[in-house]
Write a protein that binds this ligand. Structure first.
Ligand SMILES: [Zn+2]
Length: 114
């Protein structure tokens, strides 16, 4: 069961989904809102976490240039600048291996939404 990010209460409302599709919850005890990315380094990034890791994967594991990765995502309807991808690579590439063990690339590619 989900708990409040702030006070760890299990007393929650489920509100709407965020623009990126994450379920937003509100705590009935402390009245604060949060979602699964609250408190993570991805919280303010306007792209789903799996897309960030997929872009890093295309760059680091497939040897594509940043501009080519940006083009690959654009062909799938996801507009991301090569500079955003460069920043993601610098910031998150260390997390990629752990993430890909839980989320196979094929599954991410099937469900791409940004
Ligand atoms: Zn709370």
């Amino acid at each position: 069961m989900k708990r409040c990010y702030y006070c760890k209460s299990k007393n929650l409302w489920v509100l709407v989904h965020t623009k990126l599709g994450y379920e937003q919850r509100k705590c009935k005890d402390c009245l604060r809102k949060f979602n699964e990315r609250t408190g993570t380094p991805f919280n303010r990034i306007q792209c789903r976490t799996e897309i960030i890791f997929l872009a890093i994967y295309y760059y680091t594991h497939q040897g594509n240039s940043l501009r080519v990765v940006s083009q690959i995502l654009l062909e799938r309807g996801i507009s991301v600048s090569y500079d955003d991808i460069r920043q993601w690579v610098n910031k998150f590439s260390g997390m990629l291996t752990r993430y890909l063990k839980k989320n196979p690339v094929e599954e991410i590619e099937k469900n791409m939404v940004c």
